[in-house]
Design a protein around this ligand. Structure first.
Ligand SMILES: *Cc1c(COP(=O)(O)O)cnc(C)c1O
Length: 382
């Protein structure tokens, strides 16, 4: 039994391609998170970059989660959706002076700083505004990528974060600065992590690091995001194992009184509730292959072209018993504009609607106008 039902009649009035969001699944996902993270020291933030659609943001803000942002555009979207400024975190390696000024003015909860150069600029701007800047330092936990192939952003030499060897000096600087309100440390090890092992390793690293600073009070420990979803079988696993995820931190990262543990989940919150709905323009009979050519391609959903990601593809018009193998492609002039090769689908015809599943995260958010394609619209379950 599919989790998301596709109301085809309701779809006929909308121009394809568009994103369809199952708000009931989003609500169930949010409830599962709230239930699993009820520890009062746990603060869950939604990584807005995964999907800044206003309706999705409003829903998440209403659930009480905070927001993790990477630009003034995302901060403004979060404020408009109802996130309180104090629950908005501002991260990113390239914050502009204007963005820093605006973030301080709005009163975001924390700026996650990614370099010594950035810390200096924040301090200057805070001083000029006579306003203390709440700051956490993003640290690379230096977990070797070979330890786990998911870990791609936690290495020592990386555009993200601060190397552990440089941390001493920066913490010192924060402690002495009149204009920095030092909050704590931030970590993020990667994305689409589907086992808990990397998080256990992260907890060990954090504990070892904290031991080096027994005299310091870290009010915030932020463990980032990255919890993955089941792209192969969204109907079997529509909601990630949040209970297991939060349990890892409960068991492996003991907190001091007054300390907060922050989480920044993106994909795990919105990934499964969205599908890209596209229309079949042509079924092209090649020499050895059949191609299903959709009206939505990599400009609507770039993950397959960008990361060789695979999303489950469903013909939601037909319930034919006859199955055929197709390469499912978009209309864009790039050979990487392919959603799947040798996909087994029911006999497919021109005009059928196809759902590309698990597209709620990094789908609509990454849509582009390449080939002068219009941006995909969005439709919500009732
Ligand atoms: C992208 C990102 C996240 C969210 O990642 P997901 O894989 O969507 O959970 C959280 N924190 C930081 C610092 C990020 O860059």
């Amino acid at each position: 039994m599919p989790v998301t039902n596709f109301p085809i009649d309701y779809f006929s009035s909308v121009a394809t391609p568009f994103y369809y969001y199952d708000l009931r699944l989003l609500d169930n996902t949010l409830n599962a998170i709230l239930e699993a993270s009820s520890d009062p020291a746990f603060c869950v933030h939604y990584a807005v970059k995964a999907n800044p659609n206003p309706k999705i943001l409003q829903r998440i803000a209403a659930s009480g989660l905070g927001a993790d942002t990477v630009s003034i555009g995302e901060i403004n979207a979060a404020v408009a959706a109802g996130f309180p400024a104090s629950k908005i975190m501002f991260a990113g390696v390239g914050k502009t002076d204007e963005e820093i000024r605006m973030a301080l003015l709005i009163g975001v909860g924390c700026l996650n700083v990614e370099s010594a150069a950035e810390l200096e600029v924040i301090e200057e701007i805070a001083a000029s505004m006579k306003k203390k800047a709440p700051v956490a330092l993003r640290v690379n936990p230096e977990i070797d990528a070979h330890t786990h192939h998911y870990i791609t952003t936690g290495l020592a030499e990386n555009k993200f974060g601060i190397a552990m060897s440089m941390l001493d000096g920066l913490i010192d600087h924060c402690n002495k600065s009149e204009w920095i309100d030092f909050k704590g440390l931030h970590f993020h090890i990667g994305s689409q992590i589907t086992t808990f092992e990397p998080y256990k390793i992260l907890c060990e690293r954090i504990l070892r690091l904290l031991e080096k600073y027994p005299y310091m009070e870290f009010k915030i420990i932020n463990v980032g995001g990255g919890l993955g979803i089941d792209y192969d079988d969204p109907d079997a696993n529509p909601i990630p194992d949040f209970k297991g995820y939060f349990q890892v931190f409960k068991e492996n990262l003991p907190l001091k009184p007054g300390q907060q543990l922050h989480f920044e989940l993106g994909r795990a919150i919105v990934g499964q509730c969205g599908s890209l709905i596209s229309k079949v323009l042509y079924v092209k009979e090649g020499v050895d292959k059949k191609f299903v050519i959709l009206d939505g391609g990599m400009t609507a959903l770039i993950r397959p072209a960008l990361y060789q990601a695979h999303h489950k593809i469903e013909n939601i018009t037909l319930k034919s018993e006859i199955m055929e193998k197709y390469d499912v492609v978009g209309p864009i002039c790039e050979s990487s504009d392919t959603f799947g090769t040798d996909e087994l689908l029911p006999l497919t015809r021109r005009g059928d609607l196809v759902a590309i599943r698990s597209a709620g995260a990094y789908g609509e958010a990454m849509a582009s106008g390449y080939n002068c394609q219009p941006l995909p619209g969005s439709l919500f379950s009732r």
